[in-house]
Structures are given as C-alpha cells and as structure tokens.
Design a binder for this molecule. Structure first.
Ligand code: HEC
Ligand code: HEC
Length: 506
C-alpha cells in the first residue's frame, strides 16, 4: 500500500514534467527527474504523445497514459480497475473481488504478469508462484487443443471440487540445445541455449484424456501499451500483411481471409493482432477482457456461465465423494457447473473501470537513444533486417474503437499517434525445437522490454521464456528470420553488443 502511494506521488511529478515537456521539449533519459538539455526526437515517445510515460522506475509499466492523467474521471476508473488486476480474487460470495472458481487458472492477473510485464522462466508449474506466467497448452496428435480441458487449463479448484489438472503431476525439464553452428559465433565466442520439455502425468488429470497428448508452455506478453496497439487501423495491419507477402515472406495466410476474422459482439469482425496466436482482434474482446473471466471464472452480466468443459462437469458430477460432500445428486452438480444463468459476480461498473485501466496503460519512453553505442546498435538493427518483422513505428487511426457496446465511448482514445512497438503484428515460423503450437508465432513487440529486469526482476524472452537474454533470443530465430540471425552472428562482438544496447533502450 505504501508503495502504491509512492507510485501515485511519482506520477504527479511526471505530470508536471510532461507539462513542461510540451513547452520546453524536455525529458530525461534516466527518469531521474533532471531536465535534459536537448529536445527529444519522436522515437523517444514509444506510445506517441498521448500514450508515453517518462517514468523509468520499477513502476514504469504500471503508469497511466497522459490521456488518463488529464481526466479525473479516467484516473478514478483507472485506479479502481488497477485493483482488479493487482489483487487476488477469492471464492467469497460477497464483498470485493468475489466469485473465484469453482475452478481457476490463477487467483490474480499479476501472478502471471509481474509488474505488468512478461512472466519468468520457471523450474516448475505452480499457480501460486509469483511471476509464473505460464499457460499450459495441451494438444492432441493433430496439434488441436484437447477438448476435455479448457484452452487455458485450470489447476486450482474450490472445495470440494478437484482441479482438472493436479499440478504436482506437471514436470518441466530444461534441456540443452546445440544449434547447427555448434553454439559458436564465427569470431569464436560461445553461447548456450536451453528449451523446456513439459509433461503431465496421466494420473494427475481429473478428466478422461485421449491416448496421445502433448504439452507446451506459453508465457505472458507485456500489458502496457496494448491500448495503443488497439488504435492501429485494421487496414494498416492488412497492408503490412500484403507488403510482407509481396516480399516473399511465409505468412499464415488463412488468418487474413475475412471469413476467418475474429467476430465481436457488436457484429464487426477484425484480423487478429493480440497474443502469439493472433487469437484476438480488439482490446475490448482481447486477452485481458477475456482473462478477467476465464482465468478466475468470475461471472459478469454478459457471461453468466463458467469457463469449464462438459468432460469436467461430467467427471465431477459422477464423483461419489463430491456428491456426498455437496449433498447433491449427479444431475444437480452437473446443472450447477454448466448453468448459463449464474449470479453476476463482477458488476458492470467494475468491469468498465477494469477496461479503462487496461486501455489506459502507457508505454515507457525510450531511453539513451543519443548514446553513441545505442546509435550504432540502431544502425545494425536496421542493417541486419530485424525491422522487416520488428517494424519500428505505426500511426494510429481515428481510434473509434470497435467491439463491446458495454464499454463503447467510455475508454481513453489515442487518435493519430506515431507509436514505436517494433512489431509487424503478423505471425512467422521461427522453426525452433519444441516450438509453439502450430509453429506460428506473432512477432513480439520489443518496446519497453529493456526495463524488464528493473520492473519484474527477470528478463527472459520468447514465447516460453527459453531465452535467458537478448543474445539467446536472437540466436533462436530461424525460418524467415534466419538471414537476419546470420547477419547478426557475423557482426563483430562490439556491434552485437551495441545492437543489444539499442534493444535495451527502446
Ligand atoms: C496463467 C497466467 C495468466 C494470467 C493469470 C493472465 N494472463 Fe494475460 N497472458 C498470459 C499469456 C500466456 C499470454 C500470451 C498468450 C498467448 O499469446 O496466447 C497473455 C497475454 C496477455 C495480453 C496480450 C498482450 C499482447 O500484446 O497480445 C494481455 C493484454 C493480457 N494477457 C492481459 C491480462 C489481464 C488483464 C489479466 C487478468 C484479467 C491476465 N492477462 C491474466 C497469461 C496470463
Ligand atoms: C521473420 C521475422 C523476424 C525477423 C527478421 C526478426 N524477428 Fe525477432 N521475433 C520474431 C518473432 C515471430 C518473435 C517471437 C518468437 C517467439 O517468441 O517464439 C520474435 C522475437 C524476438 C525477440 C524476443 C521478444 C520477447 O520479448 O520475447 C527479440 C529480442 C527479437 N525477436 C529480436 C530480433 C532481432 C534483434 C532481429 C534481427 C537480428 C530479429 N528479431 C529479426 C520475428 C522476427
């Protein structure tokens, strides 16, 4: 709580700083409150003028955008929404943040998204371990999600239910990998690579399973700036797809057929832009808007049912021990679990505030861009072809955001902003051992990642956090990114280091 106060105190200073910034063109590379001498280039404003915070402390990922800061109403919603993200939900039947369960993936968002950043590399899967941002991805012989489990499988349950998966039966083993270059740069420097092998004991799964199933891990992506990403017009994303296609890149074409766009409750449909799987097209129906329901199983007025499978409801309702403990029949238990009109546990107001917070998160400004090494690193980043997928900048549109009528007209907007996410928001196949499901993975935005160690205490990379630093992340790039990796491998050591210094600065 004390820390929270400090955070808002700091925020007030930032507000002052940004005000003077507009007049004098000031700002500060280190976020230490000193007024800098020279005007900052547009690249410093990672989230544009309306979406950037100049806070570079351990709270850098948690700040509201200038749009939120300028509105007392947004600020109040933001603070209330923030609590829904930061605090635990409980299985209480009244009071705040009630309604967790009967099964859940975690009790709070922040457990998986420490300091609003990416999760950490983990030796084990425990839903209570802070920073364990892993989702289990359990698929069948055709790499389809196993239908007996939810897409995000749960390992927590409220008494007397059993969790679909008992996490003591989940095993993560980190294995060494030797690449085709024998883990040696042309200049003789060596490196090591590791990747996870995951299994779940059949006996630890409380629903019937197919004969074959395999398990992968998917780790969290940063949350800051996702409101700015929402403001990029669909047409710009489609134009990027056609542009890369014309350059001969191998892309996941099916995603760009209008009939495969993601349908929203307001009847519109949109190409995917969020998650590694590009499974979400708007923030209003995005990973966060869904997670507040399906991670916790907290119902709201438009979702008065559980995120649960029929296989699970059947298994639990037939369990004699559970029947006895609940004093209910098989049919009653099944009907309870599968009900479509459960009591509402999260109010509309709490949900709208949560979305104000979500769309209100700023991106930390870039730092140290005028440092000579960083400048050199930037040149190398462009020269080696990283920018063909890590597209540096985008311009947002009118930002008349689409999606859910419940929040329409109530959220902060970011029209006509030049933003610097360093992603094309398209999927590529980087061809790595034990790859992500289907092999298709969205290019992860690189903005703000340099502050990860400071904000979250860890700075691993890639969809399952297999890379322990930037260098390893680049060395795992294959497929259409192989040419860029090879150019990187052939750079002199000091240029490789400069390139990474640039990545740390954006
Ligand atoms: C089980 C851990 C877990 C919890 C808890 C969790 N997330 Fe996530 N989140 C993930 C993973 C894993 C991804 C990446 C998933 C993917 O690509 O399929 C992700 C992705 C996201 C993204 C997408 C960012 C992008 O650029 O695409 C947002 C936003 C997000 N989560 C918000 C939230 C919010 C808000 C909550 C709470 C309501 C939450 N998450 C709870 C694991 C979690
Ligand atoms: C063909 C497209 C492509 C090219 C070219 C490319 N990348 Fe990537 N990059 C990706 C994709 C896709 C991911 C996500 C992969 C994953 O998580 O499995 C990624 C992930 C990363 C990450 C990890 C992000 C994170 O936080 O998890 C870094 C760092 C990175 N790239 C840097 C670079 C650099 C530096 C270059 C140039 C040497 C480069 N990339 C070239 C597509 C590309």
């Amino acid at each position: 709580m004390y820390i929270m106060k400090l955070k808002y105190l700091y925020r007030a200073n930032i507000l002052l700083l940004t005000c003077c910034f507009a007049i004098a063109g000031c700002g500060d590379d280190n976020g230490n409150g000193k007024l800098p001498q020279e005007e900052l280039s547009e690249e410093y404003y990672s989230g544009g003028l309306l979406g950037t915070t100049f806070n570079a402390t351990t709270y850098a990922y948690e700040q509201p955008t200038p749009v939120v800061d300028a509105s007392p109403e947004f600020l109040l919603g933001f603070k209330r929404g923030e609590a829904s993200f930061e605090h635990e939900f409980t299985s209480n039947v009244d009071g705040v943040r009630r309604g967790l369960g009967p099964v859940s993936v975690r009790s709070s968002c922040i457990t998986c998204h420490p300091a609003y950043g990416h999760g950490k590399q983990m030796e084990q899967y425990r839903s209570k371990d802070f920073g364990n941002g892993y989702l289990l991805v359990v698929t069948d012989a055709n790499d389809n999600y196993v239908s007996q489990l939810t897409g995000m499988p749960q390992t927590q349950a409220t008494y007397p239910y059993l969790p679909p998966i008992d996490e003591s039966g989940i095993h993560i083993e980190w294995k060494n990998y030797t690449d085709v270059y024998g883990n040696v740069f042309p200049d003789g420097e060596t490196y090591s690579l590791i990747y996870p092998e995951v299994s779940i004991d059949r006996s630890a799964i409380n629903v019937p399973m197919p004969d074959f199933y395999k398990v992968r891990l998917e780790a969290t992506i940063g949350i800051y700036g996702t409101g700015l990403i929402d403001a990029i017009p669909d047409d710009s994303i489609l134009a990027q797809y056609h542009y890369e296609k014309s350059r001969g890149f191998t892309l996941n074409d099916a995603k760009y057929q209008p009939e495969n766009f993601i349908k929203e409750v307001d009847g519109t449909s949109h190409p995917g832009r969020y998650t590694y799987g590009l499974s979400r097209g708007t923030l209003q129906n995005g990973p966060g808007a869904n997670a507040i329901w399906n991670i916790t199983n907290v119902t709201r007025s438009d979702r008065r049912y559980h995120y649960i499978t029929t296989a699970y409801a059947t298994a639990m309702s037939q369990n004699r021990d559970i029947q006895t403990k609940l004093g209910k029949s098989e049919q009653e238990i099944y009907d309870d679990l599968m009900s479509r009109d459960l009591p509402v546990e999260m109010s509309d107001k709490d949900y709208i505030d949560f979305m104000v917070w979500h769309r209100g998160l700023a991106v930390p400004a870039a730092r140290n861009l005028n440092d000579p090494d960083v400048k050199k690193g930037k040149e190398k980043f462009y020269e080696t072809g990283c920018t063909s997928c890590h597209r540096p900048s985008w311009t947002t549109g009118a930002d008349d955001y689409a999606g859910d009528p419940m929040v329409k007209g109530k959220l902060p907007r970011y029209p006509n902003q030049k933003i610097w996410p360093y992603s094309d928001f398209l999927q590529h196949r980087l061809d790595m051992v034990n790859d992500i499901r289907t092999g298709w993975c969205r290019t992860t935005p690189l903005w703000g990642r340099g502050l990860s160690e400071k904000c979250t205490g860890a700075s691993e990379h890639l969809h399952d956090m297999r890379a322990r630093n930037y260098n390893e992340a680049i060395l795992w790039h294959g497929g259409d990114a192989k040419f860029a990796k090879e150019k990187y491998r052939n750079l002199p050591k000091k240029d490789r280091e400069a390139l990474i210094k640039f990545l740390e600065s954006i």
